[in-house]
Design a protein around this ligand. Structure first.
Ligand SMILES: [Mn+2]
Length: 331
């Protein structure tokens, strides 16, 4: 029987785990996971009687009923806290949950939700950690976070958060390194105090710029989306740059892992809701996908990738058509 923190490996996940660690103080274990792996990781790394914190992990469109069933079973014996801000599955009903504290709100980072929940029990330094996480998810402009900014200098916070996000992006599956970062943040270090993190951040920025330049030769463009296979760099960053390079609404960076195509998708703000489209069409091709309206992830069998991309392209086109209203011209 112990305390387990399941979290995402990005800035928001790392910051949220640091905040929980500051609150619990000791004897916890941090496990990095992701939406598609949550159920398997829960079964492997936790058992009935554990106190669980799940942070910044979207509920997967396919496996969520089993995940919730398992968590409710754990919740009969011990505390289960679920903090997240990703849109929930299409048929998910928060009100039907039993024995799980489900703290959820779209549009606010998980770090913000965690900080607000435990704010009376956290030291002042927790506020800047929450801000790093919120910036990492582009969600630092909420009323609550704006209030937190009044204790800090925004430029300094952006500098530190930038090091953290570039450094973590360059350390994808280095879970022990990420645990050591959390430990350091908890004991009061700034990201800029951590030499290895800075070195990785600088190296990441250099590689990212090289990748961005290479994308021009690897890009494939359909009607409404642009994609690249194996960008040789961060998928999320590549997806963002594809929008600018192609002028299309959606950028998709794809990596092959065995028989699976792993994708990161970004949409131009205001054009489409990727989360809704992916939750609908990915399961139709034996895959899973979702996330935020403008930033999502997806995986489908590699041999169905072309079918998926064509389907997605026409679905995006339909979505844009359906939501495009004539401009209102005021007199
Ligand atoms: Mn997040």
């Amino acid at each position: 029987m112990s305390i387990k923190i399941f979290t995402h490996g990005d800035v928001d996940g790392v910051a949220s785990a640091a905040l929980i660690s500051m609150y619990i103080k000791k004897d916890y274990e941090i496990i990095f996971t992701h939406p598609h792996g949550l159920l398997k990781d829960l079964k492997e790394f936790s058992s009935v009687g554990d106190t669980l914190y799940i942070l910044d992990i979207a509920l997967d469109e396919v496996s969520w009923p089993d995940t919730i069933k398992l968590l409710q079973k754990y919740g009969e014996r011990n505390k289960v806290m679920y903090f997240d801000h990703h849109p929930t599955p299409l048929r998910f009903m928060k009100t039907k949950l039993k024995n799980i504290a489900f703290i959820h709100e779209a549009g606010r980072s998980t770090s913000e939700l965690v900080h607000e929940y435990y704010r009376d029990k956290l030291p002042i330094e927790a506020g800047r950690i929450a801000l790093y996480g919120a910036i990492g998810d582009y969600s630092d402009e909420t009323p609550y976070m704006r209030r937190l900014y009044s204790y800090w200098d925004k430029r300094m916070i952006y500098f530190e958060s930038g090091i953290l996000s570039q450094g973590l992006e360059a350390s994808r599956r280095m879970y022990d390194f990420k645990r050591s970062i959390i430990e350091k943040l908890v004991s009061g270090y700034l990201p800029s105090d951590i030499t290895e993190l800075i070195e990785r951040a600088i190296e990441m920025s250099r590689r990212e710029e090289e990748m961005r330049k290479r994308l021009k030769n690897k890009i494939h463009i359909l009607n409404n989306l642009a994609y690249v296979i194996d960008p040789e760099g961060s998928l999320g960053r590549a997806a963002t740059y594809l929008i600018g390079l192609s002028g299309r609404s959606v950028g998709i960076a794809i990596e092959r892992r065995g028989d699976i195509a792993i994708m990161s998708l970004r949409a131009r703000r205001g054009d489409v809701d990727l989360n809704i489209i992916l939750r609908k069409i990915a399961p139709e091709l034996n895959g899973s996908g979702g996330g935020h309206p403008f930033a999502s992830g997806c995986r489908v069998p590699f041999n169905r990738l072309n079918e998926f991309l064509r389907k997605l392209d026409s679905e995006i086109g339909r979505y844009i058509q359906a939501t495009r209203y004539p401009l209102h011209i005021s007199p």
